[in-house]
Design a protein around this ligand. Sequence first.
Ligand SMILES: NC(=O)C1=CN([C@@H]2O[C@H](COP(=O)(O)OP(=O)(O)OC[C@H]3O[C@@H](n4cnc5c(N)ncnc54)[C@H](OP(=O)(O)O)[C@@H]3O)[C@@H](O)[C@H]2O)C=CC1
Ligand SMILES: O=C(O)CCC(=O)C(=O)O
Length: 411
Amino acid sequence: MNALAATNRYFKQAVRILGIDSKVEKSLLIPYREIKVECTIPKDDGTLVSYVGFRVQHDNARGPMKGGIRYHPEVEPDEVNALAQLMTWKTAVANIPYGGAKGGIGCNPRELSITEQERLTRVFTQKIHDLIGPHLDVPAPDMGTNAQTMAWILDEYSKFHGHTPAVVTGKPIDLGGSLGRDAATGRGVVFGTQALLADHGKTIAGQKYVIQGFGNVGSWTAKILHEQGGIVKAISDVSGAVKNDAGLDIPALVQHVSIHGGVKGFAGGDSLDAASILAEDCDVLIPAALGGVLTRETAKDVKAKFVIEAANHPTDPDADEILAQKGVVILPDIYANSGGVTVSYFEWVQNIQGFMWDEEKVNNELQKYMIRAYANIKDLCKNQNCNLRMGAFSLGVGRVARATMLRGWEA
Ligand SMILES: NC(=O)C1=CN([C@@H]2O[C@H](COP(=O)(O)OP(=O)(O)OC[C@H]3O[C@@H](n4cnc5c(N)ncnc54)[C@H](OP(=O)(O)O)[C@@H]3O)[C@@H](O)[C@H]2O)C=CC1
Ligand SMILES: O=C(O)CCC(=O)C(=O)O
C-alpha cells in the first residue's frame, strides 16, 4: 500500500472514531494546494539537468502550513501528499498553531556538488517564493536537506520579500536559527520513548535499542539514548550496519561517520547486513530513515517490544496489524517525531519576537510539549479504547476538524 493510501486509511479510521460528517471529512482530506515545478540547473561541467520539485500545502485551519523539504531520489507526488497530511495531524497533536505541508525534489543530493545543491535550492525557491512565507507556509529541513539548505532558501526568498528569517526554520544559528533545533527531533523521540517506557514500568537506561538511519534524527536519538544509559546495539545507514551487543560507543561512531561518510567499517562493532536491521533482537526498534520499511514481509521478523516511529510513515497498515498481533507497542510518527516541528515553532516565535532563548529553555519547553501531547493521546486511547496511533490521529484530526468548523465556509 503506498504512503498516501495508508495515511488516508488511518485518517478515515479516526474520522469514524470521531463521528465526523462526510462533507467535513472530504474538506479535511483534499490538500489546500499542490505545487509542482520544473527546476533546471547547469551542473558544474556546464551540462543542463532538470528535476521536478513539489510542495503540497495540506491544511491551514490552525495556522500557517509547516513542514520539511526533502531531497531524495524517491520523492514522488503521492508520498509528498501523505507527508503533508501527516504534518497537519502532527502539528495538531503537538498543539502548535500550524497546519501542514511538505515538499521535496526528486534528486540524489549525494550526486550533486555543494554548488549544484545551492543552484537547485535557489531555482526551487524562485519558483515557489510567492506561495511560502512566515504566515503562509514555513519550510524546514527533512531527509537530504539541512541548515545550509534553509539558509539558501532564506537568502533567495529575502531577495523578493526583504530580509525574512521566519520564512524557514532549522536554519543556522547565525541567521536566526534556534539553539536546540538540530537535536530537537531526536531529543523529542527520546522524551516520547521515556513516556512510553514509563507507562510500562521501564526507563531509558538498560533497554537495548536498534536504530535504522544515522542522519539528523537517528544520530541525535542515538547520542541522547547513549547519554542516558541506553544500550544502542545496532545502527544502519545507506553504507551498511554495525552491531555491538554490549552497546556501540556512539560518540566514537559519530566521529567515524564524520571521517568516512557512513557507519560501514566502524571498528567498535561487527558489520551487519543493513537489510536485516529491523529483525535484530532488541527491546526498542527505532526506524529513523525512509518510510514504508515495516511491511507485511519485514514486520513478522521484528523482535522488539516497542517500535518508535522516528521516521515518517515507517509502518504500513499491514505491518501495523501484524505488530499489534505480536503485542508490539508502536509510538506513532505524528507524535514520536514531533519534537522537530515543535522546536521549529519555538524558532519561528523567536524570529517574530526578535528574541533568542537559551538552549535550556528550548529543551525544557520541548519536554513540556512532548509530555502534554503524550497525556492527551493516552486520554483519547482510554476514552475510545484504541491504540496509540488511533489516539494520536483522533487527537490531531479532532483538533483540525474543530478549527475548520469554527472558521466555517464562505456562503
Ligand atoms: N529532520 C527532522 O527534523 C525530521 C525528520 N523526520 C523524519 O526522520 C527521517 C530521517 O530524517 P533525517 O534524519 O532528517 O534525514 P537525514 O537525511 O539527515 O538522514 C537520513 C538517514 O537515513 C539513512 N538512510 C537512507 N536510506 C536508508 C536505507 N535504505 N537504509 C538505512 N538507512 C537509510 C541515511 O543514510 P546515509 O547518510 O548513508 O545516506 C541517513 O543516515 C525521515 O523519515 C524524516 O522525514 C521527522 C521529523 C523531523
Ligand atoms: O520542522 C518542521 O517544520 C518540519 C519537520 C518535518 O518535516 C517533520 O516533522 O516531518
